[in-house]
Design a protein around this ligand. Structure first.
Ligand code: FAD
Length: 392
């Protein structure tokens, strides 16, 4: 396997979104001689978020980018995952690899991955923070873009890497509801003080349809808190206050440390609330615009494959653009080379990816029996779906 080859092409590409997919795509396109601009609606890189996994094919992508050593250093080597029952009693305590598999796989803070990607490209890419695309107008040779700031520029191509709730997708393909497959859970993620003295470990509390996790990444004074709950219909009100109220209501009678988590959520300034869902589209491009990462094929946190698909998808899209001077041919190749891999990883939700979050007492009892069994078993092998894509 060889990396994306260099070319003398000087096409100008605008990428919307400086999350994971956007900077990864920018890296490969810059290397191939494209002129790349990234517009990001936040005022700076968004460093927050729960730890994310980089697995299988995506490990090969970060190796080719030269950031594997840095990410190995940032790897979160947890000592144990402990599962608790409704009253906080221990159900099972497990060595993490027994659940995650894949000896080469990495788990890093989302901010560490984002910063590693940014460091690779900051001198070569034009960043427009605190701005966003307002309108896109195709003409024969390119696209006229107006920005919310009032800027006006022309590009050869535009790529939407603006996440699950992509504006680029909405403006080109229509409302998110057409592409969103709701998976029946809502979640809130935030940080809170480590008053429990947890260190290098994850503690997960469950009752049917409810889960609360505290993740001590290292032995610092901060914990990543996660509250996840089953909700048959997705909530429609997206205001932060209503979301916090919903979480507080759902967990009102919960045991263990959950009341203090809910209290901490009220004070947290970094709450990330979303529904667990997937984006499924029959096309990832239209005209001179393509989508990459969560914007095109979010697999949901239940698969743990969001960042890996973003990294692999960025590589495949860049490779297609570098090897096909015609953008239509490139977008066809991108679709052809990536779709099966996306499908296999999105299908993980139907094949047990939600097993950590059972919604009935019976399913929870089965999961707990499975966990007790795992505690006595050797590490699970890596999931074949994670490595199913062989990079050109
Ligand atoms: C702050 C944050 C925290 C996250 N935390 C978690 C987590 O804890 N667990 C998890 O599984 N996944 C989390 N994710 C999602 C995870 O990062 C993605 O699933 C995965 O990395 C795919 O990356 P992406 O680049 O496609 O999308 P994202 O990482 O979501 O990046 C999208 C980027 O586009 C920007 N953007 C959005 N709209 C516009 C617009 N109109 N114009 C310009 N820019 C725009 C966003 O600010 C963001 O920087 C988080 C994402 C963010 C942004």
């Amino acid at each position: 396997m060889t990396p994306v080859s260099l070319s003398k092409n000087k096409r100008a590409v605008l990428i919307s979104g400086a999350g994971i997919a956007g900077p990864a795509l920018a890296y490969w396109l810059c290397r191939a001689g494209f002129a790349v601009t990234i517009v990001e609606k936040a005022g700076a890189l968004r460093a927050g978020g729960y730890p994310i996994d980089i697995r299988g094919t995506a490990v090969e992508v970060v190796r080719r980018m030269g950031i594997l050593p840095r990410l190995r250093e940032a790897h979160i080597a947890s000592r144990r995952f402990t599962f608790l029952d409704a009253d906080g009693g221990t159900v099972a305590s497990i060595e993490p690899r027994a659940i995650t598999g894949g000896a080469e796989d990495l788990e890093v803070r989302r901010g560490d991955l984002s910063a590693s990607l940014y460091a690779l490209i900051r001198d070569d890419v034009e960043f427009l923070f605190d701005d966003a695309i307002d309108t896109l107008d195709h003409f024969e040779q390119g696209i006229d873009v107006t920005f919310r700031s009032g800027r006006h520029r022309t590009f050869d191509l535009v790529v939407g890497a603006d996440g699950m709730h992509s504006q680029t997708r909405e403006s080109l393909f229509g409302p998110e509801s057409q592409f969103h497959r709701y998976l029946g859970y809502c979640f809130a993620i935030f940080t809170m003080p480590n008053t429990l003295g947890l260190s290098h470990e994850l503690v997960l509390w469950n009752t049917p349809g409810k889960a609360a996790a505290l993740y001590a990444v290292g032995n610092g004074d901060e914990l990543h808190a996660f509250l996840n709950f089953h909700q048959p219909q997705p909530p429609f009100d997206r205001s932060p206050e209503t979301q916090r109220d919903l979480v507080a209501t759902v967990f009102a009678d919960a045991g263990w440390e959950v009341p203090s988590m809910v209290e901490a959520m009220r004070d947290a300034d970094d709450v990330f609330f979303d529904t667990a869902g997937q984006i499924r589209m029959s096309h990832w491009s239209r005209g001179r615009v393509a989508l990459v990462g969560d914007a095109a094929y979010a697999p949901s946190f239940l698969t743990g494959q969001g960042s890996s698909l973003a990294l692999a998808g960025s590589y495949v899209l860049a490779n297609a653009l570098v090897t096909n001077p015609d953008h239509s041919a490139a977008f066809t190749a991108y679709d052809r080379d990536l779709r099966e891999f996306v499908g296999m990883n999105q299908a993980l939700v139907d094949n047990g990816a939600a097993r950590l979050f059972p919604t009935t007492a019976q399913a929870l009892a089965q999961r707990n029996a499975m966990l007790r069994g795992l505690a006595a078993m050797p590490a699970e092998p890596a999931n074949p779906a994670h490595s199913a894509l062989v990079l050109p």
